[in-house]
Ligand binder design. Sequence first.
Ligand code: ATP
Length: 382
Amino acid sequence: MTLHIESLVFRNFRNYETLVLGGLGEITVLVGQNAIGKTNIIEGVQLLTALTSFRHATRDQLIRHGSESARLEAAVSDGNRALEITLALDDKSRKYQLNGKAKRPGDLKGLVPSVIFTPDDLDLVKGSMTGRRAALDTLGSQVNKNYYALRRDYEKVIRHKNRLLKDEADPALVEAINEMVVTCGAQLVCYRAALFARLVPHIVEKYRQISQGREMLSAVYVPSWARPTATANAAGSPPAFVVPSPEEHTPLQRDEARESLARALHARAGEERRRGRAVVGPHADEITFLLDSQDASLFGSQGQQRSIVLAYKLAEAAVIEEVLEQKPVLLLDDVMSELDGTRRAALVEAMERGSQTFITTANLAYFDRDMLNRSNVVSLPL
Ligand SMILES: Nc1ncnc2c1ncn2[C@@H]1O[C@H](COP(=O)(O)OP(=O)(O)OP(=O)(O)O)[C@@H](O)[C@H]1O
């Protein structure tokens, strides 16, 4: 059954000395002028649900200036169970507890999942590949604890490999670490491909609804070993991969991924040495959105790109519900002002499908009266 946040208490978190929000219902609208602390609340809820901060904030950024520690608490319940999730931050550590017992973030991932949508996400389609990979990994980490652990391990291995390459270490050492790149990397690509295969049909369907079927969206995940190399591009060769259609998103097999990754690492070892960094592996995989088979980052209008992002966010919520059998908390930071009427309506429809929602705004005029009547409107400062 879906866990619901009943109350929140923040102490010395960001600009709040003490913030108490109780009696939280389905929809909480946080309204207030700029820089009042609306996004800080969204970030706090994300830290207690997805166990991460979309701002990638360090502890000293999260702790209120002049304080030595911060504490965030959420009381959650599904009607049968009452749980308390807490996060304590000080200059040395970030510690989670569940009902007073210490927990690692990996143990709590997926307990109260959330989907966050901020104005920065609107760059997902035209922004960097790093952002697109991170979005997929954040979702994967919430729906599968092994995904989370694997991604962390892979990042450590790649950091180590990059240090070796930068220091021009003995190629035998690089070869030895490549074995770990293959082990973790192939598994991570398989997890990503499987998650992507689940996500894409939802994105396509949500996009069709938002755009009223005007054009066909598809999306491809291309592992680094299947990408054309810089040399092939320079020589004007055709791309070394064929864009698969959505139906072809069959999950990759691990042995096949291991072999392809090992082969590419061997073939491009010289290039990695020359460039002093790892160029093969899941950290270099690509995700591309296509509108009627054209790259949406290059050919999509701003409106089309926004519709893809909205469809992506709604699809994340659908996948979480499918896998974890509970609706995620929706965290919507100041996005109403960024969307036009049709896209706003699609978002409101999603909010009304039973997900607990926290939404911030500087202007209540973006919300219809009916919705506001059904919401808990909190004016900041409290
Ligand atoms: N560690 C901290 N200690 C004290 N204040 C902080 C800390 N971190 C951020 N702030 C303050 O929080 C405020 C910004 O809060 P937030 O980002 O939530 O604003 P917002 O209400 O979402 O604004 P906008 O509508 O402009 O996006 C700023 O005044 C900033 O100085």
